[in-house]
Design a protein around this ligand. Structure first.
Ligand code: FES
Ligand code: MG
Length: 572
């Protein structure tokens, strides 16, 4: 146990000088008595709540529950509003701002009198952003996942928030439903606060956070509006105070073994491809080298056991929760995990030991998996020298080995305008290629990777085609979509050289993606290629363009990803 004089905040409040006097005076101004805060661990509650973010609209209340826990444990809670990254509303994509929230998190924790942090988030990028920043600040921290929203309902059907949005939009385009049905769907798809309730990016990343050992046990699948979510928030407040007293920092927890377990978890859940980028970036902040090859290697050892949309079966996160949640799932793969590593709760194995699965169809047994191997494969080849990924369990099996002529779209808007043009003569055998949608070209790698099937093919019943891009794909999307092609076309990657009609071969079993054009011809095209003009001449976008790294290394900013010294704010 540390003495109060050893807390970081002591420098602000507890010393003899003028500065401490001033900080104490200003804390009186905030309405606190000296005995309410002096000598206590100061806990920052970083809250991504906002009126615009439906996935986090309950987090104002949850921050109160965290404070309750912090007070009861003898800490001093202070809430900090931080940037909200709403997957739904923020354009061109919140991925453009993940590193900004990471930077804000790191710098707030560093520059204020904070001894430990509770991080509230869950909508897609907010989880990696908060954890990246907190890892760089390296204080004790607990993550409070926002929790999945209630299942969607429409005319007796259970709906997944993202997955069924795409599906019914396709039905509308195919003329199968009209405006009346669509209006009903608008009210039924997303029924409560909380993040997407499929195994999309949000559920995948919060599960990864739990597997990393930075949440209280079982936290990640608790429905956002369940009373258990309040209790979990309070428990997180209790926990962080103890971690500060014992000085258990994120660097003690975020080890190579922890990231291996997070990758194993994500793959065994059939989780989102976005987790590949985010986990690589998070590992980078913790000084752990995690590569695409690690995902492919681990994928071959982990069966998919979560029978949850969109990767597997019909179920949603609430079903997963009541089937045992993440602890139940982990209890089925203990032989693949590092049970002796530390977490915010103690030994990782101890938090799984008494877990059980209550529904073998939702969380499958090892001898009856949803898929024999993890859901993500890493591809290599002359079209993606630095790799690409595909969520093959969300693809139609007959397309996993496919050769077809490319139809190339130079950017998303052009694709939207022309994909239904009969003059293009697109057939189900064609390979749809979208470029300039990568980290720099998108910018921010928007989730354009599930390119739409042309209307005339939809009407013929075609629901999947091979699609290739340097974009990402929503965790709730599906289809034979090759994503994260690196290097991206905008910086001159081979995707920039493809022409309509070029044959492309995808072979997932062989892990290859090939552009079947002679090297001499590709060299000619490369010599003739000119880089597109910079998109941003000033502002955050210009900084982003200058610093963003490619998908295979996690799309962090180069200056944030690199190791190095940062002075203590009180040293200067
Ligand atoms: Fe927030 Fe899906 S929109 S998690
Ligand atoms: Mg998403």
């Amino acid at each position: 146990m540390r003495r109060p004089e050893e807390y970081r905040s002591h420098q602000w409040y507890g010393t003899d000088g003028l500065r401490s006097f001033s900080h104490r005076a200003r804390t009186r101004q905030l309405g606190y008595l000296p005995e309410e805060h002096l000598g206590k661990p100061v806990i920052a509650i970083l809250n991504t709540w906002s009126d615009i973010n439906p996935c986090h609209s309950h987090l104002r209340d949850r921050a109160q529950a965290v404070k309750r826990g912090v007070w009861q444990a003898g800490g001093f809670p202070l809430e900090f509003p931080v940037a909200t990254l709403s997957e739904t509303f923020q354009k061109p994509t919140p991925m453009l701002y993940r590193n900004m929230l990471a930077m804000e998190t790191e710098e707030l924790l560093r520059s204020y009198p904070v001894d430990g942090a509770v991080l509230l988030g869950g909508c897609d990028k907010s989880t990696p952003a908060l954890l990246m920043g907190a890892a760089s600040a390296d204080l004790p921290a607990v993550f409070v996942p926002a929790g999945p929203m209630l299942p969607g309902h429409w005319r007796g059907e259970i709906l997944g928030s993202g997955t069924d949005m795409w599906k019914y939009w396709d039905d509308k385009r195919a003329g199968l439903i009209g405006d009346c049905e669509l209006a009903e769907l608008e009210s039924g798809l997303a029924r409560s606060p909380g993040h997407c309730m499929t195994m999309g990016t949000a559920s995948t990343l919060t599960a990864a956070a739990e597997a990393l050992g930075v949440t209280v046990p079982g936290a990640s699948s608790i429905p956002a509006v369940d009373s258990g979510h309040d209790r979990m928030a309070a428990a997180s407040g209790l926990r962080i105070v103890d971690l500060v007293r014992r000085d258990v920092r994120l660097s003690h927890l975020l080890t190579a073994e922890a990231f291996e377990d997070a990758v194993t978890t994500v793959l065994g859940l059939g989780g989102s491809t976005n987790a590949v980028i985010h986990l690589i970036a998070m590992a980078g902040r913790a000084g752990v080298r995690l590569t695409l090859e690690d995902f492919d290697r681990i994928a071959r050892t982990v069966p998919v056991l979560a029978n949850v949309r969109p990767g597997g079966g019909p179920y949603l996160m609430e079903d997963f929760h009541f089937a045992g949640g993440l602890p139940g799932f982990l209890s089925r793969i203990t032989d693949l995990l590092h049970l002796d590593r530390p977490t915010v709760n103690g030994r990782f194995g101890d938090q799984i030991e008494h877990a059980a699965v209550h529904n073998d169809d939702v969380i499958r047994t090892r001898d009856n998996p949803v898929a024999k191997e993890g859901g993500v494969a890493v591809l290599r080849g002359n079209l993606c020298p630095d790799g690409a990924v595909i969520k093959h369990i969300a693809a139609e099996p007959h397309l996993l080995k496919h050769t077809g002529p490319a139809v190339v779209f130079d950017d998303y808007r052009t694709m939207q305008r022309s994909i239904n043009d009969p003059a293009l003569g697109i057939t189900a055998d064609h390979v749809l290629v979208l470029r300039n949608a990568g980290p720099k070209g998108g910018p921010g790698m928007p989730e354009y990777g599930m390119l739409p099937i042309p209307d005339h093919l939809l009407k013929q019943g075609v629901r999947d085609m091979v699609r290739i891009s340097d974009a990402r794909m929503s965790g709730t999307s599906y289809g034979t979509c090759v994503l994260h092609v690196a290097p991206e076309s905008y910086v001159g990657g081979p995707l920039a050289l493809v022409r309509t009609g070029d044959p492309i071969t995808l072979d997932v079993a062989a892990r290859t993606l090939r552009l079947d054009v002679p090297e001499a011809e590709l060299a000619r095209r490369r010599a003739a290629w000119t880089p597109p003009p910079e998109r941003y001449e000033r502002g955050y976008g210009a900084l982003y363009a200058e610093q963003i790294t490619q998908a295979d290394t996690g799309c962090d900013f180069a200056f944030l990803a690199r190791p190095g010294k940062v002075p203590d704010p009180y040293a200067g």
